[in-house]
Design a protein around this ligand. Structure first.
Ligand code: ATP
Ligand code: MG
Length: 262
């Protein structure tokens, strides 16, 4: 499907996730209240690739954790599509590598399938296919400690995709990688999304990354714990960051982030 076609149909696509007026407050050890989210609204439709950009501490991880069901909101409604839940059809890729150190790469990738009760041969076959897709063909018998940071994130993405999630949550998954590895993984993720159209909610504090990846970039407020701006990205893929259009969008997003800091 072309990006254009995907876009045309976007209003008809079913809603995977809807958040209305979500708030979440944490309390420090000294009892001080930290409003992580306040009155946040968000709708995510099937097949969308949404990037969420915001400064450190603005509530991005909190938002993903609420969606994943790892925490619950204090207020507001969080509606997930039918039967959506973490591990079943929601997958979560974290910034820091979360592969099991005692499992081989292929066994890490097939973990979710094992949890779903899929037989050994079938899950191995599927995991090997995915490993080859993420550029890790031939590394199936290695262990996480033998892989570079970029390779571990490739394996983590394969692990997440193995369950064919309806919703893929990604929390700064490329944040710890060097620039060229990061570009390679962005390209790989773009291709996987173009092939599968998995709904993705990708959090980053890197504006470049948000524009390279997203169909839509949502800007998080660092003050009020909600989404304050939305930008549609209509640039062709793979996206070239050295173009006038890219720079213009980058500047608008940067402006909307820095306005909040005034
Ligand atoms: N369990 C917790 N207890 C107390 N405060 C918390 C807790 N989790 C998050 N916070 C606070 O809530 C706010 C939002 O945190 P969150 O981790 O969601 O931010 P973030 O946007 O993901 O930041 P980063 O870009 O650094 O990952 C921060 O001020 C943080 O200190
Ligand atoms: Mg975070």
């Amino acid at each position: 499907m072309t990006d254009e076609k995907a876009k045309q149909g976007s209003e008809e696509r079913s809603i995977v996730l809807e958040l209305n007026n979500i708030s979440k407050t944490f309390y420090s050890d000294s009892g001080e209240a930290v409003r992580a989210l306040e009155g946040l609204n968000l709708i995510v439709r099937e097949g969308e690739f949404i990037t969420l950009v915001g400064a450190t501490g603005c509530g991005k991880t909190t938002l993903l954790n609420l969606i994943a069901g790892l925490d619950s909101p204090d207020d507001g409604q969080l509606c997930l599509g039918k039967d959506l839940r973490l591990g079943n059809n929601i997958a979560y890729v974290f910034q820091h590598y979360t592969l099991f150190p005692w499992r081989s790469t292929v066994s890490n990738v097939s973990f979710g399938l094992q949890m779903q009760g899929i037989g050994r041969n079938k899950r191995k076959e599927k995991a090997l296919k995915l490993l080859s897709k993420v550029g890790l063909g031939g590394f199936e018998n290695t262990y996480p400690y033998e892989l570079s940071g970029g390779m571990r994130q490739r394996a983590a993405i394969a692990q997440a995709l193995a369950i064919q999630p309806k919703l893929l949550l990604m929390d700064e998954p490329f944040g710890a990688l060097d620039d060229s590895t990061r570009r390679e993984l962005q390209q790989m993720l773009t291709e996987l999304w173009q092939e599968n159209r998995t709904t993705i909610l990708f959090v980053t504090h890197n504006i470049d990354e948000a524009v390279v990846l997203g169909e839509k970039v949502l800007v998080f407020s660092d003050r009020s714990g909600k989404i304050v701006r939305e930008f549609d990205v209509e640039l062709p893929r793979p996206r070239n960051i050295i173009t006038k259009e890219f720079t213009s969008l980058f500047m608008q997003i940067r402006q909307s982030l820095s306005t909040q800091l005034d």
